[in-house]
Structures are given as structure tokens and as C-alpha cells.
Ligand binder design. Sequence first.
Ligand code: G3H
Ligand code: 13P
Ligand code: ZN
Length: 314
Amino acid sequence: MDYKDFGLVNTKEVFLDALAKHYAVPAFNFYNMETLSAIVSAAREMKSPVILAVSESALKYMGPELLMGMIWGLNIKPSEKIALHLDHGGSFEACVNAIKLGFSSVMIDGSKLPFSANADLAKQVTDFAHKYDVTVEAELGTLSGIEDENTQSEYSSYANPNDVVNFVNATNIDSLAIAIGTSHGAYKRKSENEKLRFDILEKISKELPDFPLVLHGASSIPQHYIETINTFGGKMSDARGIPADQLKQAVRMNICKINVDSDSRLAFTAGVRETLAQKPETFNPRDYLGKGMKNIFDNCVEEIKSIMNSENKI
Ligand code: G3H
Ligand code: 13P
Ligand code: ZN
């Protein structure tokens, strides 16, 4: 189906607006009704554009029919500026499949390939996607941590500023994810003092002054959720994220999409653990899933206001 039939938009216009007004469009990952509903409710409440991100494993978990049925059920209007995005697409076929389902944006993640193979793959995807007015993100440099269940890299390797112009010209992509020191998951840093490589970001922004740049692995790992999880039976010591002030600085330097998954996972888990511990007699999943959903809503609202600066942009 065509994504426009679902009321979705691609990322082109929102990114241009984000660049002009210095905000980031939040890309929140979802994988069930609770996560989707909480994210969309928060974006609507904040009047923020939003990118609904689905990894290949999340797509498999929900099943394509149920996923697209939920998107249909949101009754989206194009004026709301909601995109449905394949996160870390691992192959040309995965991107084609998502586009045929009704996704309005895809990421082709060839970041672990050599430069020219990464560029060739991205070009193959843009040639196909652009025929359907679907926008394409690709990545340069790799992030440490788990990018998807079947793509892991042990060490960070930063995006090379000397490569970015060639890569964008060779591929015709619409946005570029760059590795500047973020990583996926809840254990990003050994100490509070580590900083993103703003020197690399500055060079890349100079090379590509009006081009949308993307930050993956950008969860801030709110410590109050870690405390709740640990208080109620969890074991997540030393979980640490990217501090909000560093993310805000990145937004001022042409980062116009910020990917967040782990923070929602923490918010949800904290809500479930707290409810089960405080109401040991409950066996109604709506009690604890409801609290998890409320936590995700609250966290998305907070991040839209305090990190993304995307409030009241639609
Ligand atoms: O960046 C990757 C996302 O956090 C996806 O993770 O494959 O477990 O859904 P997942
Ligand atoms: P986090 O693990 O920091 O939430 O990153 C999510 C992400 O990059 C999804 O693509
Ligand atoms: Zn990612």
C-alpha cells in the first residue's frame, strides 16, 4: 500500500523545517500497541512531528499485518507529520518489503561494509525508494553496542568527515547517520566525563551545511528509571546514557533526527516492575502494562521538550 493512504509523510519536509528551526525530529522505536500508542499520544500532545521507528526484529515480532493495522487505526492526518521508518534495514530486500507495506522512510544500514559497498547498496535502495517518494537514510561509521539482534560491532569507529560529501553525492540519500561517539543500549559510557566528538560533527556540518544528519544510540538513560528498576528487583547498575546538554549541542549543529529506543524500554520496565511489586495481588496485565505505557508517554513528552526542541512544530 502507498504510505500516503495511511496519512503518513516522508521525512523530506520535516527535516528541512528541523534544519531551519534548529530542532530534532524524535525517532522513537516501537514494537507493540503500548509503545506505539504512548509515543503517538506524546507527539500529539506536544504538537511535535515524530518518526515511528521499527527495526527488522520488531517488524517480525508484531507481524506486518498487525503492525500496519495499528498504523491504520491511528487515523493519522498528513498535517500531523508522522513518518513510519524502517530502522537499521539490513538489506535491499528488507527496504523493498517495508516500502511495499507502506513505510514512508527506510534506513539501509551498510555501515559495516567497506565504503564503496556501503555506497552501492545505499544507491540501490534510493533508486528504488525514490520512485515511491520514500526517503532513505544511510550510515557512515559504526556504533558500538547492539544495532539489531543480528548486527553487532565491538568497537566504535567514527564517521570520516572527508567521506561524507562523496557518500551523499554517490548515493542520493536523504539523510546521513554519523558515528560520533554514541552507542546503542543502556551502557554507553564508563564515566560521566566522556563527550561526543563535536569536532567531527563540526567538520561534517561544514562539509554538508544544509544536509540532515542523524544520531543513533542517543538515549539519555534517565537515572530515575534505573533506580526504580533496581529498587523493584532489577539489576542494571552502571547504566549510563548521553547527557541532555550534549544532545542539545548536537541539535544546534545540524543533527535533525535523534533515535531513542532504550529510554522507552527503561520507562516501560520500570512501570511494570514497580506495579507488580506494589500490587503483588494483581494478575491483570492492563495494570502493569498501563503503567509502563504511561511512563513511556511521560518520558517522550519530557524528551520532546527538553532535548529535541520539537514542541509546537506542526
Ligand atoms: O538501534 C536498534 C534498536 O534499538 C532496535 O533494537 O532489534 O532489539 O528492536 P531491536
Ligand atoms: P538507544 O539504544 O540509545 O535508544 O538507540 C536507539 C537507536 O539508535 C535506534 O536506531
Ligand atoms: Zn540505531
